[in-house]
Design a protein around this ligand. Structure first.
Ligand SMILES: Nc1ncnc2c1ncn2[C@@H]1O[C@H](COP(=O)(O)OP(=O)(O)OP(=O)(O)O)[C@@H](O)[C@H]1O
Length: 311
């Protein structure tokens, strides 16, 4: 059973099509990165998943249940960290979390226990008695997360939870997500920071113009997208004769240089390296260092969408 299954989701705001026909499956127990350029349809998808918005067409299944017919039971399993903060400024951190738990019917001892645990998860235990209005932006964001996850949801949906906050709170949030995931929660995570996706998400889905472009493990995406191999050779010295002989290596596509570094490109399926090494030895030149360019997710994203994630 999938934690989330979206089938043929369509949504338009007037003439503006936000989701063309989105199909997506999220396995249980993963931190699923949902990324896409501005206007790709991520927030629309998340709003539909959280029941805030109805799709024009298509189906949403959460843990096998249809969102249309099982909204109440699904909502108990769901924790949504939206972009908008929903906190009571004049209540303490403890009172805020406790209030949200009461909305789920959690009272008494269990309420106390879960409130304390949630504050601990986000690193605010020592600020439990302080009013939300005295908190920095990053601390408010962490409190907001505590409120959303205190009832121990099986599925946590996070819409850019680290935008515009200090590095300390950001690191706290990332490790909270990893902790919640280790304890069994599935997390759907959207962000404009590709380094966060690299650090905590797997698998990922890239969407654009309201449709899925690609979905898979980070490793598979890099492998599939990257058709070329690139190596850099830092040379003690090199000359034109060496460049000419490297250009003759079977399969080589490009020989470029920057200072003392030669950059060679060849197709993934041809191993040009032994021949390259032979040519260099023959020329009596010395390699100081050899590095392989490893593609990153930003390369994958750029190739598929024509933009960088933060464009
Ligand atoms: N309330 C609305 N009214 C009209 N158009 C909207 C509305 N909300 C979103 N859209 C449009 O729908 C498309 C998808 O928007 P959505 O907010 O889902 O994208 P996104 O991927 O979350 O973008 P971002 O990364 O900028 O948050 C965009 O073209 C957007 O302009």
């Amino acid at each position: 059973m999938y934690s989330v299954e979206l089938k043929g989701l369509k949504k338009a705001y007037g003439k503006q099509i936000a989701l063309k026909e989105l199909n997506l499956k999220v396995e249980q127990g993963v931190i699923f990165g949902l990324v896409g350029p501005n206007g790709a349809g991520k927030s629309t998808t998340i709003h539909i998943l959280s029941g805030l918005l109805k799709p024009d067409k298509g189906e949403v299944f959460i843990f096998g249940e249809d969102l249309k017919t099982h909204e109440t039971s699904i909502k108990r399993k769901l924790g949504v960290v939206s972009q908008e903060l929903a906190l009571f400024e004049n209540l303490s951190a403890y009172e805020n979390v406790s209030f949200f738990l009461k909305l789920y019917g959690i009272r008494g001892k269990e309420n106390k226990l879960k409130t304390e645990q949630a504050l601990e998860y986000v690193g605010l235990s020592d600020k439990a008695k302080k009013k939300a209005k005295t908190f920095s932006g990053g601390m408010k964001r962490r409190l907001h997360i505590a409120c959303a996850i205190a009832h121990k949801p099986q599925l946590i949906i996070m819409d850019e939870p680290t935008v515009g906050i200090d590095p300390q709170s950001r690191n706290h949030i990332l490790s909270t997500i990893e902790l919640l995931n280790k304890e069994g929660a599935t997390v759907i995570y959207t962000t404009h920071y590709m380094e966060e996706v690299e650090a905590i998400c797997n698998p990922i889905a890239i969407i654009d113009h309201g449709s899925l472009l690609i979905e898979g493990s980070k490793e598979t995406l890099k492998e599939e997208i990257y058709e070329k191999q690139q190596i850099s050779l830092e040379m003690k010295e090199w000359d034109e004769n060496l460049l000419t002989s490297l250009r003759e290596v079977r399969g080589i596509e490009e020989v470029a240089w920057q200072g003392n570094v030669l950059e060679l490109t060849f197709p993934k399926e041809i191993n040009c390296l032994p021949e390259i090494i032979r040519k260099i030895e023959k020329s009596n030149k010395e390699i100081k260092m050899l590095t392989t360019k490893v593609p990153n997710l930003e390369d994958v994203f750029l190739k598929l969408t024509g933009r960088t994630l933060r464009d």
